[in-house]
Design a protein around this ligand. Structure first.
Ligand SMILES: [Cu+2]
Length: 376
């Protein structure tokens, strides 16, 4: 039986914009519509163009989100990590240049107005003050959600870490600090000594010649479902990465040299951490690319959190629990997934960490990144 077609009826002119926002997000800017007194104010500008230097002395153009208040490390790839104590009310002053952008606080779940998904609200023209209050400590990330497939690939993302609201938070990248984990005796907050960031990404050099709006779906408010408007993908549906990245440290596909602490003064020690036997390592892992990434550690670990949620911690995760990951057990993350691992080496040694990148369509292994945990 054919279902009756319900005619749409007349569209009042003042509702047209909202009706078509999934095709043509409106632009908006200025102060927050529901301002509260913030506990923490931060600033970010996008986009900023920088070059990523390859070991062969070649350069890849990147777009990053800058911290204008940090003249030393404010312009880095990945974009500078944001750390916020859980429960702090944040005002994020975001400035946009060279076209509209957004910042999506991935996993935080603020109101649609503050979520930075342009197609659910608006894209920022000029500047906007995002306001949010993270309710769970864990590993998140922030990224631009305008022409997302391209802008995210170009480098418009960074880690967003919600630290537990304990004295000393927010903590310094690399540790020591405290994180959320199942531990009833300590109110589900545990200490760590050293912190690793394994933010795995890939670069398709061809994409890094593109412009801000390239291959965007055509915006036609009068006919948003016209099939002709959905054929503008260019080669964004054909991902052929030739450079592989771990937390901003790049390798060409034919360069098998390990990722070491000496690769970069800022990110190297976070990729190839060193600690003493008996200390605790917290490894925050993010798939910030478009391949399927398989991680294998040569040392026992415990998975304490996934996607910003500490396993087993009431009231939200009372039906999950942390679990052991014996040495040599691979696990896979797809785009945007996070795992937090706790590693407590009992004796010295150099323990290998490999990240294998598999193409999401063909399943073919494209690259293997090798680094290590050094225990002294
Ligand atoms: Cu953008």
């Amino acid at each position: 039986m054919a279902l009756p077609v319900i005619p749409r009826g007349e569209m009042p002119p003042d509702e047209t914009l909202a009706f078509h926002k999934h095709v043509c997000p409106p632009d908006f800017g200025g102060p927050n519509p529901d301002p509260l007194n913030p506990d923490l104010i931060l600033s970010r500008n996008l986009l900023i163009s920088i070059d990523l230097l390859l070991p062969e002395n070649a350069r890849v153009p990147m777009w990053i989100i800058e911290d204008p208040d940090d003249p030393v490390n404010g312009r880095v790839f990945p974009s500078k990590t944001i750390r916020i104590p859980r429960g702090a009310l944040v005002n994020a002053l975001v400035g946009c240049e060279g076209g509209t952008h957004t910042i999506h606080w991935h996993g935080i779940e603020p109101t649609p107005m503050n979520d930075g998904v342009g197609k659910h609200s608006f894209e920022v023209d000029g500047n906007f003050v995002y306001q949010f209050q993270p309710r769970e400590a864990g590993t998140y990330f922030y990224h631009c959600h305008k022409n997302t497939v391209l802008h995210f690939e170009m480098g418009l993302y960074g880690l967003l870490i919600i630290d537990p609201d304990v004295p000393g938070a927010p903590f310094t990248d690399g540790g020591p600090g405290f994180c959320a984990a199942f531990s009833p005796a300590t109110n589900h907050v545990i200490p760590y000594d050293v912190e690793a960031f394994w933010v795995a990404d890939e670069i398709d050099s061809r994409w890094h010649t593109l412009g801000h709006d390239d291959f965007m779906q055509e915006c036609d408010p009068e006919n948003p479902v016209d099939p002709a408007n959905f054929t503008q993908d260019g080669f964004l549906n054909d991902f052929r990465p030739d450079i592989f990245v771990v937390t901003g440290i790049p390798r060409r596909v034919n360069n098998p040299s390990p990722f070491s602490a000496a690769d970069d003064p800022l990110f190297g020690p976070l990729v190839a951490p060193a600690l003493q036997a008996g200390q605790t390592l917290l490894a925050r892992i993010l798939n910030a690319g478009y391949t399927i990434q398989q991680f294998t550690l040569g040392i026992d670990a415990e998975v304490i959190a996934m996607d910003g949620h500490a396993l087993g911690v009431p009231p939200f995760q009372q039906y999950s629990s942390p679990f052991r990951l014996p040495a040599g057990t691979p696990f896979r993350l797809t785009t945007a997934m996070r795992h937090d691992l706790i590693i407590t080496p009992a004796s010295p040694g150099i323990f290998p960490v490999t990240i294998e990148y598999f193409h999401s369509v063909s399943g073919r292994r494209l690259f293997t990144a090798r680094t290590a945990i050094t225990v002294i």
